[in-house]
Ligand binder design. Structure first.
Ligand code: NAD
Length: 345
């Protein structure tokens, strides 16, 4: 019998080829996972009349853990984001997006180790928009005290568990005094239960500038949904690009692991893009499942392949395809043994 059952949602665009490569690597680590394939996105609309079929929802509800590829959402017109719906259905209020420098991927910034906690269910992402007149559009920014408090509390809990020293709230409360003011107030209230952790706050535009000037000053950031989306892409660019930025959507009932990046549709079917971000999301998932040895094993092999630089993808100067890069990681894991020597404490 399998030790874990995980819902695997390949997604759209480059998602399926990335997820297949990632599944191969995770399976090769020896971890005992039964994968349940489920669908999401535009194809489902024709087949089931919805972007997010009931079967997919039921599988996630049963297994409580999923690994997901990206989906495609049209810009300006068309259907609403299946992703945003998924986050709402399961109330996945914490979007954890680590940004960590990768020694083998050299960038002007080599000292980034930031844990970003993005609120995942509120803000302008509630997508409550309407036309006020033929020339005026309005979008509501919804910030609630419970929503703000729980993401702050979640961030402090993780920070404490990981021995992090400082948590900073990112906002624009100088202008949006009521909405962002409430987010900041809830953050300060949550902080009271964690007196050993230093706290601070920063205006979002200054945060973007400070990140580029001196990212080492940041440890953990808590952000409302929209700023979180933008700042975490900035962080992704600073550690080597979207190909390296993992994430997790976590709620009280389940966790869905997915990369920061989108479906990169122009590369779909070309076996070209970097699967590292989804693989790193898979590594986060393995740790969530308590499979620390497999997590370390894959992480070391990936770092080694990147350091060699021979079989890496285009975004880091290589010519290897998604498949070949995944194969190189598997070879490296086989060379390195079963990871017993790297067992985490
Ligand atoms: P994108 O992340 O798909 O691509 C942006 C750029 O980053 C592309 O030029 C691509 O070259 C590069 N890139 C992305 N992933 C890469 C990878 N794995 N390896 C190497 N390079 C990579 O963003 P976009 O083009 O703005 O959006 C495309 C679609 O994805 C849109 O429909 C958008 O709504 C959707 N999207 C989905 C998610 C999600 O499902 N979680 C997240 C963001 C965007």
């Amino acid at each position: 019998m399998s030790k874990h059952v995980v819902t695997l949602i390949p997604g759209e665009g480059t998602g399926p080829e990335i997820c297949e490569a990632v599944k191969r690597v995770i399976d090769a680590s020896g971890v005992n996972i039964k994968w349940e394939y489920e669908e999401i996105g535009l194809d489902c609309l024709d087949k089931y009349g919805t972007l997010l079929p009931e079967k997919t929802i039921n599988s996630i509800a049963k297994n409580r853990v999923a690994l997901k590829g990206p989906t495609t959402t049209p810009v300006g017109t068309g259907h609403k984001s299946a992703n945003v719906t998924l986050r709402k259905v399961f109330d996945l209020y914490s979007n954890v997006r680590p940004a960590v420098s990768i020694p083998a991927v050299r960038r002007p910034w080599n000292d980034i180790n930031i844990l970003n906690f993005r609120e995942n269910t509120e803000d302008t992402y509630s997508a409550i928009e309407h036309m006020v007149s033929s020339e005026v559009a309005q979008c509501l920014k919804v910030i609630t005290w419970p929503g703000s408090f729980r993401i702050a509390d979640f961030a402090f809990k993780w920070a404490r568990a990981q021995g992090r020293k400082k948590v900073v709230c990112v906002h624009k409360a100088n202008i949006m005094k009521i909405t962002d003011g409430l987010f900041l107030e809830a953050f300060r209230e949550a902080a009271k239960a964690y007196p050993e952790i230093e706290t601070g706050d920063i205006i979002v535009d200054n945060c973007a500038m400070q990140l580029v000037r001196n990212p080492a000053q940041f440890d953990c950031l808590v952000l409302p949904n929209l700023y979180g989306d933008i700042i975490t892409d900035l962080c992704a660019g600073m550690v080597g690009g979207l190909g390296f930025a993992p994430g997790a959507n976590i709620g009280d009932s389940c966790a869905i692991f997915e990369a920061v990046h989108g479906s990169a549709p122009k590369y779909a079917g070309l076996n070209k893009v970097n699967p590292s971000a989804v693989l790193s999301s898979g590594i986060m998932m393995l740790r969530w499942l308590g499979e620390n040895t497999a997590a370390v094993c894959i992480e070391r092999a990936m770092q080694a392949v990147l350091a060699e630089g021979r079989r890496v993808t285009y975004d880091v100067g290589g010519t290897a395809g998604t498949d070949e890069y995944a194969g190189a990681i598997i070879e490296k894991m086989n060379e390195q043994g079963n990871g017993e020597q790297w067992k985490e404490q």
